[in-house]
Write a protein that binds this ligand. Sequence first.
Ligand code: XLS
Ligand code: NI
Ligand code: NI
Length: 434
Amino acid sequence: MTSFFEGIAPIQYEGPDSTNPMAFRHYNPDEMVMGKRMEDHLRFAVAYWHSFAWEGQDPFGGQTFERPWHPQDSMERAKLKADIAFEMFDILNAPFFCWHDADVRPEQGNFADNLATLNEITDYIGDKMQTSKTKLLWGTANMFSHRRWMSGASTNPDPDVFAFAAATVKSCMDATHKLGGQNYVLWGGREGYETLLNTDLSVELDHMGRFLAMVVDYKHKIGFKGAILVEPKPQEPSKHQYDYDAATCIGFLRKYGLENEVKLNLEQGHAILAGHSFEHEIAVATAEGMLGSIDMNRNDYQSGWDTDQFPNNTPEVALAYYHILKAGGFDTGGTNFDAKLRRQSLDPKDLIAAHVGGMDICARGLKAAAAMIEDGGLEGALSARYADWQKPDAQSMLNSDLGAIAQKVLDQEINPDPKSGRQEILENYVNRFV
Ligand code: XLS
Ligand code: NI
Ligand code: NI
């Protein structure tokens, strides 16, 4: 044990009346919700990058955190960072974690050394996993921080960068597979552009499609059973990201014939950046059977950038889980906190408390979502609204043609009578549960 989290005991469930900020009031892993343990529904993951690699910088100022594993430039300190990360997973009783290669190993400046340190640190992490309950939800490659990626990874105009990206993703897929990871994620960090004056958009999209097809082939080659997930985001860091939102990604996957091989990792903050609600993104994905996993971190509604805050809004979270539960819940996916502290939250206790709050809000949202499903009020209102489509006449119209339908309107003097959408009544209904 290190002394980093000294004085902080493992977090316990104390029930909704507890006033202890270091206890769960709603997250009770063994509690059954719709026939399944809460822990198995939510499948929480800690994000290594925000909790352990990010040093508190913002666009106007440098590091605010001072951690015993800083500076992050040696293997010795990478191992200390892993030790402390697993101490936090234990305190939180976290079932999963996620990493980028650049979070767990120091950057060496060339592929061969990066590969060697990645293999060494993931062996070290693998040893720790032997005695820990915490499993790997997903691994991924950071192909956006180092300057080599400034013009993109698979979409880079320089074929050598494409090659470096392919080698990097292969190494991260190998490491994810070695650690029993349940998914492999590709977020298109700088797969986008700043200006069309220097960008051949159609060539870049073809390269990105081909790259993803190679990832899928490699998954099958090594027998990786997890899901390959892409993560939509509309902008930031690029002005225009190719993976704009769920609908854009689904169109892209269909164009390159990957719709049965790749699913989506949806992030609440990215939905907000795209001008969507989180439940919209989830519903678009579940309508196509393409929901993979979620990153449960919100953005600030006023600031307009990716602030990656821990979730704290029950109604939003409840509606997200409502759509996830309606689609049958997670398979290999889970709830990853791709969330970071505010840069003034310096203490180890802040790191724990942030996760406790996030886990609790999600548990509360899940319980509300399950209660709405069990009550059936929304589902009932929805089927009543579409009930006329059950009639044979309505169904046969879908196999008819415009001419015949026009004749029917004339013959039967069809003149629709508008009906209320009852939005406020439905919103008031939801408020009873959240
Ligand atoms: C950035 C993304 C990133 C991915 C993993 O906005 O959310 O953190 O989840 O590369
Ligand atoms: Ni993000
Ligand atoms: Ni994310």
